[in-house]
Design a protein around this ligand. Sequence first.
Ligand SMILES: [Zn+2]
Ligand SMILES: [Zn+2]
Length: 365
Amino acid sequence: MTYPVKPMSKYDADIVITYNGVCHTDIHMIDNDWGMARWPLIPGHEIVGHVINLGSQITDLKVGDVVALGCMAQSCLTCEPCIKGLDNICADLVFTYFGDTKDETGTHPHHGGFGSYMRTDGRKLFKVPPSIEEKYVGPLMCAGITVFEPMRHFLNGTDGTGKTIAVAGIGGLGHVALQFAAKMGAKVIAMSRGTSKTDFAKELGAHELLDTTNGEAMAAAAGTIDLLIFTASGGFADVNQYLTLMKPYGNMYVIFHLCVCFFVNSRDYPSNNLHIFFVPLSSHFCGIPAEDVKFNVMPMVFGRISISGNPGGGSGDTKLMLQFAAEHDIKPIIEVFPHSKANEAIQKVRDGTIRFRAVLKNDLV
Ligand SMILES: [Zn+2]
Ligand SMILES: [Zn+2]
């Protein structure tokens, strides 16, 4: 299909899309799992392209630049989070394909990256460092920033020397998290059910793999972890088991996938998980637990342990993440499909058989 593009604003940029990642959020929106899809629905929030036209007020980009767009199409730019580069928590955040952008030309629905071209607010585009191949950028804009953000905030930077970072779950998010943690210089522990992924986790930078089904190994690991990042969406029942692993002042980080976390209201993700997301200053959650999360506060209180979550990452952290990924050659593992075969890619993501992120290459223009 074609759709009429909004009038050009002085803040807009037109891009020709080169690659676009496929995320589980796209599938949830296509299936209208959260009851908030609007048709025509053009999903896609892991977008890479080349600038072909710019509004008069966008002066930090030029035609030909390689740029990326993630989950955030627009934010107010004036609130405290926006000013601090934490626009991922702006109250007026417009998501890439479920909201309306506003500018001097009016209010218009914003569409995602499953397309050939895009007109979008140029102030939310990120320049892609030239050393990152374009096909890898999309998943970094979603999975990458979502796991980078808690590390950056916990470490107050990107130096993990002397810290132990554990990543629970070695999938779409976890396999990128292990790479970031290793390149930050932390001691990295991959956590998985069973030991079958040991060699793979080590290839990604893990120093060891902790089998969460092995009681002895779990007991031996008690009190050793500074930052624990949950990327697993299943097997989440016993948070207490994980709390015992934390060092005093440790942070358990359960990372809700950005777009999902605000609308946790489907059959898969009961809304009562939301309270974890809003626990302030707290362990970090990256996949979404499918069941309620219950835990004993005593180890949390006595260990001064916090539990928290993050909705993706803001502009400041996204810039830093791209730069860090470029410097350290961090690459998601992807399967590339021509855009004309988007349905095949979607089906593989739906079936859970993608290893680990699907990326569409624009073959339509
Ligand atoms: Zn996503
Ligand atoms: Zn704002």
